[in-house]
Design a protein around this ligand. Sequence first.
Ligand code: COA
Ligand code: AMP
Length: 635
Amino acid sequence: MASRYHEVYQSWKHDPLGFWKTAAEEIDWVSTGEKVFDPDQGQYGRWYPDWECNTCYNCLDRHVEHGRPGQPALIYDSPITGRTASYTYSELLEEVEAMACVLADHGLVKGDRAIIYMPMIPQAVMAMLACARLGVIHSVVFGGFAANELATRIDDATPKSIIAASCGLEPGRVIAYKPLIDQAIDIARHKPDSCLVFQREELAADLKPGRDHDLGALQAEAVVAGRRIAPVPVKATDPLYILYTSGTTGQPKGVVRDNGGHMVALKWSMKYLYDIQPGEVFWAASDVGWVVGHSYICYAPLLHGCTTVVFEGKPVGTPDAGTFWRVISDHNVVSLFTAPTAFRAIRKEDPAGAFIQQYDLSQFRSLFLAGERADPETVNWAIDQLQVPVIDHWWQTETGWCIVGNPVGLGLLPVKPGSPTVPMPGYDVQVLDDAGHPLGANTLGNIVVQLPLPPGSFPTLWNADKRFFDAYLAEFPGYYKTADAGVIDDDGYLSIMARTDDIINVAGHRLSTGGMEEVLATHPDVAECAVIGIADKLKGQLPCGFVVLKAGVDRSHEEIEKELIKLVRDKIGPVAAFKIAITVDRLPKTRSGKILRGTMRQIADGETWKMPATIDDPAILDEITEALKTHGISV
Ligand code: COA
Ligand code: AMP
């Protein structure tokens, strides 16, 4: 079938407002307004101003009312505990309403914030939907972040409540969440009124009388009592959630997602990008703590009347590299969305794909990859093994959905390995030089998107309009700066080459090297430091920290390096995967004192590099090379 992509993209370009008005017909609105877009509101305009809606209603009630009450809405599959569960749309609605009643009992009302700190259990999705039902703005914090990171988010979002689970489970260890939460609340200036804790069988949390409550027990009581609560109408432009993502400093950015545009964009994407029909099973093997989990574990599949899978496990080791195929086969998954790193992990364990042969994957149609560069070697292996289209697509926490992809629902475009393909309607993607001039095809530059961003993309940062403007809009007036660098080829295909800031990508997780440097600098023996991301076969990149010690420090370097590794784990969390700290005498700098991080990275990655003309002392680069070698990094 010839792809309709070009026709549809042109129809958007020709009449963007008409395009998004038609797309909005897929959503049930409480009321619609006159304008589809108001260029005078917000930082660059707002979508669907004055329209009213409720996201939870669109995810649940309308499917119960219109023919899907008995269809599974959510399947929980947890190889780490050996448990599975399934909730129909009716059952999920009942649970969500019960949880929403508990939240309302604790005083949560429209516009309040709630932080959700939960692992991959159904209650995490229920909590998000319960907040959405009440117009409460949720902020999910990934379980792999340490107390300090949680505290930063508590202070920024000032939540009325924390909705948590008693523990998370990683292979071989139970992570007690409650002590982390207690510590975070101690550190934070803002003190939430209540902590609603879902007690898991693996480890119950101690509850502080007065502040802490047993969420599961209260929710079960509400179910037994048959309590219901109506969805609260909110403005399309009201925030649905805040999701914090790494910025260039230790202070994360609170990406705001609104209600209306988000629903419209996600619904469109399920049909035209992912080619999924209502009623089918869609699985995003990510975590609700990341944007992929928000958009494609929770909201989009439910908006589209699909069955979503909540998977609590890893691609390998829970119990083996066949887990993904077992889940696909057991639950009739038609499409999987994950990060390339998961496939690199599977391929490492099972290069010949022996596990794949053991399962019936006849229903499985497509694999979508995002979160980091999809290396052609991994993509080709996946195509060979699975015999389905493997589709790379590029997006960011900020955009909430795909910027550049291959829209299967409009007809697959030819795949060029290494390129996520073409811009989705809504995104006019361009490549500019540093002075803001458009670059021709095949020339590397800054990837930008012409404003306005489409529905679903963030309108601003939480309580930080100026930071939003400075970080994203100021450098290239009229455009959104993606902070990714890349090229567009003669056919309009985009390739993403690198970040233009100090963000690194570790196992599909976005991390700030600046944030890690801030932590290393707090060690009493450290005079200065630099963190770079170095290439890693499994995780894409790994952080590597160089430190210069203060004069007179005569303790063992090995001991200090161990302390530094522990410090980053304690302050940022295990997810930072910070395991390489290297003590050096000096850091390479330009004559004006700028640390040459780029050159250090090229050396560590074994790339050919040129001596920077402005370097202060070239001998330092030899010292860095030696230090990397002594730490077992082949350069
Ligand atoms: N809570 C607490 N700790 C967590 C955690 C969580 N939710 N998630 C990860 N961690 C810990 C891990 O246990 C690990 O700790 P360790 O240093 O003690 O081993 C550390 O954080 C790093 O975790 P991770 O990056 O997951 O590495 P891993 O070695 O455990 O697994 C992969 C490697 C490739 C299997 C894994 O990274 C993976 O599944 N990646 C998929 C990525 C993904 O889903 N990205 C989302 C965007 S689509
Ligand atoms: P996050 O906000 O965590 O989703 O991370 C977004 C960043 O991950 C982007 O700015 C890119 O640097 C990178 N990224 C995401 N998807 C891709 C992709 N398909 N190809 C290359 N890089 C990607």
